[in-house]
Design a protein around this ligand. Structure first.
Ligand code: BEZ
Ligand code: FE
Length: 308
C-alpha cells in the first residue's frame, strides 16, 4: 500500500493516517534539507545544477518508491560502470549514450540554424589526430569492402563556398570494426582521414561501405541493454567533423539509407536529414575519374556551417 492509499483508504486507522502523514513530512524534510545544504555553493551555475539534480533524484525515488535493495543494486551498477572505465574506454559516456542523455544534450545545444547541417554525437572512436590525406585519397587501406566515393562541398547556409575547410572523417570497416578495435586486421589510420577542401570548398574521398556494428557489450552497459531486451547495434555510418574559419564547427555522421537499425540506433543518434543514399553507380568513366573499380557507391553530402 502506498502512502497515498494509506491516507485515503476507507477504514484506515487514525494511527496509520498519522504514520503516513509523518512519513510524508519526513520525506519533505529530507528533500528540503538536501536542497538547502547547497545554498552556499559559490558558483551559481553549479548551485542551480546540483539543486535541480537533488530535486529530480528525490522526485524519482518518491515516484518509484525506490527500495533499499534497489538503491543498493543501482549503487553497485554505477560502481561497476566506473570500474569498467580505462584510458581507452569510457563506460560512463556509453551509459549516457544508451540512456539518450548524450543525444539530448547534443540536440539541445547542437547547431540547428536553418539550412545548416544537423549535428550528432561524436562517439568514442574519434582520434585527436586523423591522418592527413589528399583529396581523392582512399581511407580504406584494406580493400575488402564495397568501393565507395563520398563527395560534397563545405559551404555557408547562403551558399558561399568555404575553401580550405578541414573535414575530419572516420568510419568502421565493412565488418563493423574501427581500426583501434582490430589492430591485427586493420593498419592504424584505416577508415580515417583529415582532408582540406579545395578552392571551391569541395571535398571527395574514396572508401568502402561501412558496416553496422554493436557498441561494446562486455561491461555493465551491455548487461543493462540485455536486461532491457535492447540490441546494441548502431546503423552503418561515416563520422564527420568540419571546421572553417569564422564558422561554428559541426560534428555529425551520414547514415547509409536503407541500412539495418536506422530506426533503433542504440544511442538514438539518427536524424532524418543525415540519412543519405549511397547510390549504386555503374559508370566506368566516373569510376576512372575517382580511381575506384566500377560499379561503386556514391554518396553526396554538403557540410553546411553556421557563421560564428
Ligand atoms: C560511434 O558511432 O562510434 C559510437 C557513438 C556512441 C556510442 C558508441 C559508439
Ligand atoms: Fe561510429
Amino acid at each position: 500500500m502506498t502512502t497515498e492509499d494509506a491516507v485515503t483508504a476507507p477504514g484506515a486507522t487514525e494511527a496509520a493516517v498519522s504514520a503516513a502523514a509523518v512519513s510524508e513530512e519526513a520525506v519533505d524534510t529530507v528533500t528540503r534539507q538536501a536542497v538547502d545544504s547547497l545554498s552556499a555553493t559559490a558558483d551559481p551555475r553549479l548551485r542551480d545544477l546540483l539543486t535541480a539534480l537533488v530535486r529530480h533524484l528525490h522526485a524519482f525515488a518518491r515516484e518509484t518508491r525506490l527500495t533499499q535493495a534497489e538503491w543498493e543494486r543501482a549503487v553497485g551498477f554505477l560502481a561497476a560502470t566506473g570500474q569498467a572505465c580505462t584510458d581507452t574506454r569510457q563506460e560512463f559516456i556509453l551509459l549516457s549514450d544508451v540512456l539518450g542523455l548524450s543525444m539530448l544534450v547534443e540536440t539541445v545545444h547542437g547547431h540547428s540554424a536553418p539550412g545548416t547541417t544537423e549535428s550528432t554525437v561524436l562517439g568514442p572512436f574519434h582520434l585527436t589526430k586523423s591522418p592527413a590525406r589528399e583529396l581523392g585519397d582512399s581511407i580504406d587501406l584494406v580493400g575488402d569492402g564495397e568501393p565507395c566515393v563520398v563527395s560534397g562541398r563545405v559551404r555557408a547556409a547562403d551558399g558561399t563556398a568555404l575553401p580550405g575547410a578541414v573535414v575530419d572523417v572516420w568510419q568502421a570497416d565493412p565488418h563493423g570494426f574501427y581500426d583501434v578495435q582490430r589492430p591485427d586486421a586493420q593498419p592504424p589510420g584505416n577508415g580515417r582521414g583529415l582532408f582540406t577542401a579545395d578552392t571551391a570548398g569541395a571535398f571527395w574521398f574514396r572508401t568502402c561501405l561501412p558496416g553496422p556494428y554493436p557498441i561494446p557489450t562486455d561491461g555493465p552497459v551491455g548487461t543493462l541493454l540485455e536486461a532491457c531486451g535492447r540490441h546494441p547495434y548502431r546503423p552503418a555510418h561515416i563520422h564527420f567533423v568540419a571546421k572553417a574559419d569564422g564558422h561554428a564547427p559541426v560534428t555529425t555522421h551520414i547514415f547509409v539509407a536503407g541500412g539495418a537499425h536506422l530506426d533503433s540506433d542504440a544511442v538514438f543518434a539518427v536524424k532524418d536529414s543525415l540519412v543519405k543514399d549511397f547510390i549504386p553507380t555503374d559508370d566506368p568513366c566516373l569510376a576512372r575519374e575517382f580511381g575506384v573499380p566500377n560499379p561503386f557507391r556514391h554518396a553526396r553530402f554538403d557540410l553546411v556551417l553556421e557563421r560564428a
